[in-house]
Design a protein around this ligand. Structure first.
Ligand code: HEM
Length: 129
């Protein structure tokens, strides 16, 4: 695959975040490790999205192709990307509840499973857009 240097850096960062997430989940029962690692992953992922937007105008491309036929892989990529960012937000909300009240462990776990699926899909589909 012929990708420019910026795209390669973004892909490398994205893979790095996946490894960081795996590390954070491995330490899921050690909140002092788990929480900062997950929050840092979120910040890096957000920064990476902003970088891609600045370089390639990804949001404009997403909007302009939203109602166009075809490009289903791009639409899938956009969908899993937006949903995985939403997954971070709900992980923070459910995680804070778990931390403060020791409630909602099941919800946090189910959110985590959905989030990881979406985040891996985000990485895989990024090579086809
Ligand atoms: C995408 C980000 C995150 C994922 C995928 C994730 C995933 C998980 C998983 C799988 C567990 C184990 C649940 C169980 O079966 O017992 C866990 C535990 C926990 N998480 Fe998260 N988490 C994320 C972010 C956060 C954040 C941002 C916070 C806090 C603000 C947080 C707080 C906690 C707490 C307090 C526990 C329980 C630790 C314990 O067992 O003592 N998580 N998380």
């Amino acid at each position: 695959m012929d990708a420019d240097i910026g795209t390669r850096i973004s892909s490398g960062v994205s893979m790095g975040v996946l490894l960081l997430l795996a590390f954070g989940i491995y330490h899921r029962h050690r909140p002092r490790v788990h929480i900062p690692v997950m929050l840092v992953s979120f910040v890096i992922d957000l920064a990476n999205v902003i970088l891609i937007e600045v370089r390639r105008g990804a949001v404009e491309k997403a909007i302009s192709t939203a109602s166009a036929p075809g490009e289903w892989i791009l639409k899938l990529h956009i969908a899993v990307s937006v949903l995985s960012l939403a997954g971070y937000v709900s992980a923070i909300i459910t995680g804070l509840r778990l931390l403060r009240k020791n409630q909602g462990r099941h919800v946090h776990r189910v959110n985590a499973a959905a989030f990881i699926f979406l985040r891996v899909m985000n990485y895989l589909t990024s090579f086809y857009v």
